[in-house]
Design a protein. Structure first.
Length: 348
């Protein structure tokens, strides 16, 4: 009942409007002509659990969207906790004055730490929504997880959340026995974009960057350019749609008109895509072939490779936005966490 209610609330607020009539059939079937990594699209047909997840989201989609506002959007995000199936895990600590959720591995010889930055369009979300994903990652990677409850828009200006994450990271460097190479960063959606923004700021400040970073379906361009896969995957992604993202972009960066979009373009304060990728650590991008923000990943990968950053990319066949965050729902998420843990273990 809670599952259905949370799902219905989310879809009622985030109903999809199809913007394009083309499909990503070639991409989904591994035809990546023009892209330089044909191995990117991988995976077997979706599991029965994922198919049910997809069906559940789509079946509760209303015919029309209702009026958006910040509080309703946050209510919908909160309702998504029923989908993610969080479990009680971790405890609250204030690190450098910033509230964090900490999930520790008590019996380990490693000093491995994962700094997690949650998604939610920079305006919603909280660490407790991710406890299922974070506990699974902690167990698999044998790492302590620190998830930052950063300040969000519109109550706080966009850079405030970034500054919170930077303060927490710098504090970790002051702890005896923890070195930059012991730390990895991970984030989903807006949190994935925030991971890149934080590391770009660290490079500018001449602060040592973490050992590696993992971005899940990162939102790297808040100008919401209607690029190829934004249009083609609008009706493919069961979890996220362009209508939602345009509303969130209007709150985060004030993108309401084409003039606003052009003003924000190439502004690295909001969009990591327009910042420098020089000096970043090894990066792992994970997304789905049905992802509405797929171009945000592809363009970020291109910039990272042009800057000489070691980059690994996995586009999972038929998967949706932030699919690894659902290990309690379908097996593809658990498989993704295994890949993430292997990357962390290799680099930290």
């Amino acid at each position: 009942m809670i599952f259905v209610l949370g799902n219905y609330v989310f879809r009622a607020l985030f109903g999809t409007v199809n913007l394009g009539v083309t499909t990503v059939w070639k991409l989904a079937n591994g035809d990546l002509k023009g892209l330089h990594h044909p191995e990117w699209v991988e995976g077997a047909p979706p599991s029965k659990e994922f198919i049910e997840f997809d069906r559940m989201l789509r079946s509760n989609k209303p015919a029309v969207n209702i009026f958006f506002n910040v509080q309703l959007t946050r209510l919908a995000m909160h309702g998504m906790r029923a989908l993610i199936k969080p479990r009680k895990s971790g405890h609250t600590e204030y690190i450098a004055g910033v509230r964090c959720l900490v999930i520790k591995q008590e019996h380990t010889s490693h000093r491995r730490v994962v700094l997690h930055i949650h998604g939610g369009g920079f305006m919603s979300g909280q660490p407790e929504q991710y406890t299922s994903y974070l506990r699974e990652l902690s167990d698999t990677a044998d790492a302590t997880i620190i998830s930052v409850d950063y300040r969000r828009v519109p109550e706080h200006a966009m850079p405030s959340g970034k500054y919170d994450c930077i303060r927490v990271y710098k504090h970790l460097l002051e702890i005896d026995g923890i070195k930059p190479e012991n730390i990895s960063m991970t984030g989903d959606s807006a949190g994935g974009g925030m991971v890149l923004l934080v590391m770009q700021a660290l490079v500018r400040q001449n602060v040592a960057v973490p050992g590696c970073a993992i971005m899940l379906s990162p939102w790297t361009d808040v100008t919401m350019n209607k690029t190829k896969f934004y249009l083609e995957n609008e009706h493919k992604d069961c979890f996220l749609d362009g209508t939602t993202m345009h509303y969130v972009a209007s709150i985060v960066g004030g993108v309401k008109t084409e003039e606003d979009r052009l003003t924000l373009e190439r502004n690295p304060t909001y969009s990591a895509l327009y910042g420098s990728f020089e000096g970043l650590p090894p990066l792992y991008f994970i997304t789905g072939s049905h992802e509405v923000l797929l171009d945000d990943t592809l363009r970020a990968v291109q910039k990272a490779e042009e800057a000489g950053v070691p980059t690994k990319t996995w586009i999972a066949r038929n998967m949706c936005h932030v699919f690894p965050c659902f290990p309690g729902v379908f097996p593809e998420a658990r498989h993704a966490i295994g890949r993430i843990a292997s990357f962390i273990e290799h680099h930290t």
